[in-house]
Design a binder for this molecule. Sequence first.
Ligand SMILES: [Zn+2]
Length: 300
Amino acid sequence: MKIGYSLLLSEYINANSINYSDCINFQIVCPSCKEPIFKVVRDSNGKKLHYLSHFEKDKSYTENCELRVSEISVNHINSKNIESRNQRLKFFLNVFKNTIYNTEYSNSKIAKKQIDKVKNTKSLDKYRQHLYEHSKKIYSQNNKNDLLEHFEFYVNEIKELVGEFYKTSFSIEQQKKIALDIWYHLLSPKAKENYYFLLNHSYLVLISRIEKASKDRTLFDWEIYLHNTMNEITISSKDRGNELISSLGLYKIPQETDWSADNLYDKMSAEISFEMLGCLLRLPYFEILKRAIKKNKKTN
Ligand SMILES: [Zn+2]
């Protein structure tokens, strides 16, 4: 059959869109009899055929299932999937902050204080607003391909830095899909607080990224200036902070050391956006969903 049902996602899944190991992680079952199924790829006249198959069942049994599954309407599949996707998004947004505290900071109290410090920096209020509007313009639903390219770039950069991308239980393609969904949601007015939270986190990540780089190589002058200024902004008065932010805009980056931005303000914004998307890409969605299901079973 071409379609399976994921117990983990509560969604119908097309055989084309998953790989072999996704079948186990997504807990893919036959939509008709609810027994586990597995992925098969077969060559047919030079074309790859992707389908899902029962484990050791006789022909009449599987034929019966095939028939029932083929009778499921596209409308039913779509509406069920949209409903589940919305529920999942709502759930992810509910646990968003805690997930980041847990996975990015091992729940450390110092980290919470640091994020709070960035959050409470008044001179960054306008900056956050600016980046939010910018994200809505540049990385909205209409620019899905740009975003996917951005993800690809991020994965490659991490691979270059540490050899491989963070191991996640879902395939990277599934991670991208979920990250995209969450990102679009963060851009809606309702989720603005979470967007700002992710921004504040990424602000800190950028500072520590520069610190890490300083251990491997000599930093450019503009990197040192950016690092010091970003730190200083968080401990300065609002007026002084605003002055510092303006100074970033006036600081020109020599083109031979970085071609991606012309001044430090733009560079900081590009790097923070990059980190925000990267963070969404590496969150352990599979583990979060599994834990939630376990908890649900206990309380029901
Ligand atoms: Zn079946």
